[in-house]
Design a protein around this ligand. Structure first.
Ligand code: 9MR
Length: 374
């Protein structure tokens, strides 16, 4: 009898032990930066034409693995999507949106109203009524076509000078500041469910920052809906300082404007003119000392880039309650616009993936920031 009770006890303890046995190893956590920052903000990349046309399957795989949001680098710009008043070129934009939907990504539209890459027919308009019509037609057609599918639009891009005054764009010359409110009102009409953003470079600059806040307060007072600020984020290794970027994030948030970092990259090449930002009309002659790393990036610069990215992502993480998205301007160093600006034909290294699609030390440092208790 005692023996039977003992064996029953042994059997019972075995059953309990089995019940408490650790579960089989869980599947490894999802790879990629978006997963690492999933509770903080979306992370994504801009897609160039080759990626959108499915001519670069490695970049597509990289985007699907790493990111939760995409932006079209060029295919939705005015001159591409509506080259004349009555011609539309939907194909590449349709492919872009389909790719985002297929992979369940947050899809950004870029950009409805911008002075650059603007169709000639718009540049020729001088009559205010005709300009209002052109704006409404363009925004209505483009934002309307993707209503409910594009999650957020850069409605107006780069409307300000660095001192916070209005840029003398075609729109401004014909309509004055009225065009800003109209753009946001037409976008809200055409795509009522999309987030609507104002997007610009050098948004850390105090004068520009204050000008942007004044401008958006005016748009809002006049009945436009603005849901957030796009700080493009075309930065250098040592500037702008983390403190200046931080002050801007705080100022926008205090004005009721969540922040997206929309076009992040970090140039490592010489910049003797102290150019800041992304004024696309600036271009200069190439020379050997302007292109110091044509073959590969020295370790010291690779490390400096990794440290810069870690500093930026520590800042972003600290302000994750104010930041909704961080988008890199491109997928790999090979296709970055910074190989061609402000000097054509250079070899730059501004992103997290090298020319062979391999993660760089900067990638590891961004991933490590997500993994470290901060
Ligand atoms: O990355 C874009 C590049 O391929 C184009 O040639 C350039 C033309 O204007 O525009 C680049 O993207 C810009 C973006 O649309 C707005 N902010 C500045 C970006 C870099 O110039």
């Amino acid at each position: 009898m005692i023996d039977q009770v003992l064996s029953l006890l042994v059997l019972l303890s075995l059953l309990v032990a089995c019940a408490e046995a650790p579960p089989p190893p869980a599947e490894s956590p999802p790879a990629g930066l978006a997963a690492l920052y999933a509770t903080d903000f979306l992370v994504g990349a801009a897609l160039g034409g080759r990626v959108i046309r499915d001519e670069d399957s490695l970049s597509r795989a990289l985007v699907v693995r790493e990111y939760s949001t995409i932006t079209p680098e060029n295919v939705m710009k005015w001159e591409k999507i509506q080259p004349t008043a009555d011609t539309y070129n939907w194909g590449p934009a349709d492919d872009y949106v389909a790719f985002g939907e297929e992979h369940d990504l947050f899809i950004v539209g870029h950009t409805l109203v911008w002075h650059s890459q603007l169709s000639d027919y718009v540049k020729q308009i001088t009559d205010p009524g005709a300009m209002r019509t052109a704006l409404r037609q363009h925004i209505g057609a483009v934002a309307g076509r993707y209503a409910g599918r594009i999650d957020g639009w850069d409605v107006v891009n780069e409307a300000l000078n660095d001192d916070g005054t209005y840029r003398e764009s075609e729109f401004y010359r014909v309509l004055g500041e009225e065009y800003l409110t109209l753009a946001f009102r037409y976008a809200a009409e055409a795509a009522p469910d999309a987030q609507l953003y104002y997007n610009d470079y050098n948004m850390w600059n105090g004068e520009k920052r204050d000008g942007a806040i004044r401008m958006i307060e005016k748009i809002r007072a006049d009945g436009g809906r603005v849901d957030g600020i796009g700080m493009q984020g075309h930065y250098g290794i040592s500037g702008p300082t983390i403190d200046t970027i931080e002050a801007a994030i705080e100022a926008y948030a205090a004005a009721g404007l969540p922040v997206m970092f929309t076009e992040l990259d970090v140039t490592v090449l010489p910049n003797p003119w102290d150019l800041e930002g992304a004024e696309v009309s600036q271009n200069f002659e190439n020379a050997p000392d302007m292109n110091p790393y044509p073959e590969s990036l020295p370790d010291s610069v690779q490390t400096a880039l990794a440290i810069r990215y870690a500093d930026l992502f520590r800042l972003f993480h600290r302000h994750r309650d104010k930041i909704e998205r961080v988008t890199f301007w491109g997928t790999t160093d090979a296709s970055s616009w910074l190989n061609g600006w402000p000097i054509r034909g250079r070899t730059n290294y501004p992103l997290l993936f090298d020319r062979k699609y391999r993660p760089k030390p900067a990638y590891d440092s961004v991933a490590a920031v997500a993994a470290t208790p901060r």
